[in-house]
Design a protein around this ligand. Structure first.
Ligand SMILES: Nc1ncnc2c1ncn2[C@@H]1O[C@H](COP(=O)(O)OP(=O)(O)OP(=O)(O)O)[C@@H](O)[C@H]1O
Ligand SMILES: [Mg+2]
Length: 273
């Protein structure tokens, strides 16, 4: 059975400020959705709320996978249900080697009943899979021995996110600007890699400001976020149109949201002055 990720009337606060103001989105396994929108419109906030970042508080509405409400699940439990986020700004963890991190993550996803301290997946099986996947994604094998993201270039960090995606094989993957900061060869490798990985068994939400990733991974749906709401949904041609002409047209078509966007920006400026 194909799984369904359902976001209904989602309101999310960061501290006192409401950032998401009623987001609705449904994604089936096997579908590719693009999420676009100007800086600060709430795209990363949606991504964080989906995976359960503690700073992002759901005040109304719900997120569910096949009817299971995610509200009371922590990020690990959500990952076990098949959710994965490739971060816009991946964190560095000095002292934790890439290989150890990945072996733990893979074991925890594949063996949900494992208790802390119990055995990890067999080393030989892990090594083989890791080596083959790194080769496919054009990542130097030496990276497996380094500390996670420590001293990695921007592009190397993004490729590390795709490596995790390839190994964890989630049902729903959210890619938050995985294509930004990559040189054009790396964008191609990541785009082709994603195209190979996605398919009937994976739903992908691609958050992007660029077009390359979407050329290799054509979205069935393109959503436009403005001031914390999805104000328009179209197909791949909407993504193309936004790349060509920017968000002026969207703001014109949705004057109320545009006014909210402006008010929020003024508030932010007032707070920093
Ligand atoms: N942890 C946080 N603390 C304070 N403000 C936050 C936090 N997270 C998000 N915000 C605010 O929420 C708004 C939406 O931010 P978000 O990062 O979701 O935008 P975005 O659409 O991903 O933008 P970009 O295209 O620049 O990545 C911004 O005004 C941002 O400052
Ligand atoms: Mg963002």
């Amino acid at each position: 059975m194909s799984s369904l990720l359902k976001i209904e009337n989602l309101h999310v606060n960061v501290g006192e400020t409401e950032i998401l103001k009623g987001v609705n989105l449904e994604m089936n396994q096997g579908e590719i959705h693009a999420l676009m929108g100007p800086n600060g419109s709430g795209k990363s906030t949606l991504a964080y709320a989906l995976v359960g970042h503690p700073k992002y508080e759901i005040t109304q509405g719900s997120i569910s996978i096949d009817g299971t409400n995610l509200a009371d699940l922590n990020p690990t439990e959500r990952a076990r249900l098949g959710l994965f986020l490739a971060f816009q700004y991946p964190v560095t963890i000095p002292g934790v080697k890439v290989a150890d991190f990945l072996r733990h993550a893979m074991t925890n996803i594949r063996n949900p009943d494992r208790k802390e301290g119990e055995e990890l997946m067999p080393m030989r099986e892990f090594r083989t899979e890791l080596r083959e996947t790194m080769k496919e994604l054009n990542i130097d094998a030496e990276f497996a021995r380094r500390y996670l993201n420590d001293g990695f270039s921007g592009g190397e960090k993004k490729r590390m996110e795709i490596l995790q995606l390839a190994l964890l094989k989630p049902k729903f993957a959210i890619l938050d600007e995985t294509d930004s900061g990559l040189d054009s060869d790396a964008v191609r490798v990541v785009s082709e890699g994603l195209a190979k990985l996605s398919g009937d068994h994976m739903g992908v939400l691609i958050i992007t400001h660029h077009e390359r990733l979407l050329e290799y991974n054509i979205p069935q749906y393109t959503h436009v976020m403005l001031a914390g709401r999805i104000v328009e949904t179209g197909n791949a041609s909407l993504a193309h149109e936004l790349h060509e002409s920017g968000y002026a047209g969207v703001r014109e078509r949705h004057p109320d949201a545009a006014a909210e966007e402006e008010a929020a920006q003024q508030e932010e400026t007032a707070a920093t002055v």
